[in-house]
Design a protein around this ligand. Sequence first.
Ligand code: AMP
Length: 605
Amino acid sequence: MMAVIKTIESTVSSTPLGPAANEKDAEKLRFIEEMTADADAVQEKVLSEILSRNAKTEYLERCKLDGATDRECFKAKVPVVTYEDLQPEIQRIANGDRSAILSAHPISEFLTSSGTSAGERKLMPTIKEELDRRQLLYSLLMPVMNLYVPGLDKGKGLYFLFVKSETKTPGGLTARPVLTSYYKSEHFKSRPYDPYNVYTSPTAAILCADSFQSMYAQMLCGLYQRLDVLRVGAVFASGLLRAIRFLQLHWEQLAADIASGTLNPRIGDPSVREAVSDLLRPDPELAQFVTFECSKGDWSGIVTRVWPNTKYLDVIVTGAMAQYIPTLEYYSGGLPMACTMYASSECYFGINLRPMCAPSEVSYTIMPNMGYFEFLTIDAAGTCGAATPQLVDLAHVEVGKEYELVITTYAGLYRYRVGDILRVTGFHNSAPQFRFVRRKNVLLSIESDKTDESELQRAVETASELLKPYNATVVEYTSHAYTKSIPGHYVIYWELLEREAGDGKGPVDGEVMGKCCLAMEEAMNSVYRQSRVADGSIGPLEIRVVRSGTFEELMDYAISRGASINQYKVPRCVNFPPILELLDSRVVSAHFSPAPPKWTPHRSV
Ligand code: AMP
């Protein structure tokens, strides 16, 4: 590992966070200090701003706040809600009702969350000025990073960034993921030159909606500028691994383009072709190098071999992404992984003030200016308190305790349960820092997909209908997110009961099982299906049939480890290696989905 965790010696201006790299950074660091010095006061001001500007909205009028903007009134009168509670309002806005339902400011678009409701992405209303707030949080990242990694102005960042498809709601509002909205905004497209934030990827390549063309162009540009690259990243770890996989699959074409200085005809988007042409030149030496490194068959440390000046990986490896840490370590030769921020479609929350710390140590400091934050206490059993849930303010959370995040935003969400469970690890000034513990109710996740227990149950039920003609049933099942190969895929373990053929069609064969795999995929939510179809970031679902009696063995194993026989329930997802080993040793046949499931960008509800 390179010695990059070092404080900058040359002092421009000192803040309690450390000497800043330059005056512009110093200003940003001072802003962090200012916001965290009295987090409670900032929060009070934020709440009062949100409530006063939205006082005349239908929602707040219904809560009978009567213009009150203080915390006591807010807490007494505004209910804590989930997405499902807001569905009627959201649907009206989506259908074109432009009155001030949730927000006094016009809803500019919907951000489609990777969290789903009834199988579709949740629609989060947003307003124009939220882009400024997101931009503000982004602008804090490099000043913090520059405290720990010197010289980032001497090179570039190879970031694999992508847009996804967007749709229109019946009322004509655009609906798209928050990052697509950001990359397509003038904030990103017309960003001023900043030597600390130069990307190897041309903006046109990032904005190309065709994921192959976008990735190809970004990789090609990254290869041409390989010696300039000081950091390699993607938003989530899964995205960076996808890029490495892309290199494994396409290095020959990339090397051929580099050798000849021409661009693969599969890149048909004129704006991408034009952007890449600025860099294109025949470079036989580089082509030979790419061929040499990629044809070896040994991909360990490929990141530092191809981009030897890389100081760190910039990817989120907290939460569901932690499963990718070993694979990323393998490909990067142990480079540090920086998790810089914690954000969502609903609201951008905060940043990591020690971005070079180990992934297991990552804590995010919620910036009190981004929204109004409350915390629902979680009891020892991991459930949110009983009849009267207890909510604690940002400045009053306690170190060591776990909470569910509840937010009130400028865009018109009031006391909205995000579904993230966070643990307080400490404070920066008076602002608490949080470890991301988990997302509630997520059983399986490969990238941004989040499949819960009831979705899995429904998918198994739907698929097992196909077994009926064969007099067979699924007696037990469990699942695992398999991420040892890229892309990862869902593995579902099935134990079957096959009765005597009788009037049935006979034994269940591989073709039927393949159909069951596809039926399960068809039953998954739209984020899963989009990842399968449009992004190729999840591989075909696999059903592993285990021999009869396996799930009883699983129970015996759990009981031998202290589980109560009365309370034992089959785990619907397993990650514990000995249990996976047991299951895998009992597999009698494995089957993959023979085709991608159906998916269109259009919403079904
Ligand atoms: P989305 O609504 O699709 O934008 O997803 C937002 C969710 O992604 C958050 O509520 C978290 O569950 C998860 N997430 C975002 N940032 C992080 C992070 N730094 N670490 C772990 N999980 C994260």
